[in-house]
Design a protein around this ligand. Structure first.
Ligand SMILES: [Zn+2]
Length: 81
């Protein structure tokens, strides 16, 4: 799997200075859809990082046998692209 090598350059055309990692959702103006989407992407990336850490083979807290990789889901890819 190749996931985390991508640098995401997305930003809102109307609020070019909005950075969800720095500003948080509180800085979104007027419920801007695109800023909310950027915040969604940021929060999802944090969850993804947490999941990847959890899957780290140096952690032995996973007692279950490895689950097969999930089927290809184009919606998830569209979040990153
Ligand atoms: Zn915006």
């Amino acid at each position: 799997m190749k996931i985390r090598t991508r640098r995401f350059e997305g930003r809102c055309a109307r609020h070019k200075r909005f950075n969800p990692a720095v500003d948080g959702r509180g800085a979104i103006r007027g419920g801007c859809v695109r800023c909310n989407l950027l915040a969604d992407i940021w929060e999802t990336s944090l969850k993804l990082n947490a999941l990847i850490r959890k899957c780290d083979p140096t952690h032995d807290d996973l007692q279950r046998p490895r689950e097969p990789e999930p089927a290809h889901d184009p919606r998830q890819l569209s979040l990153i692209d």
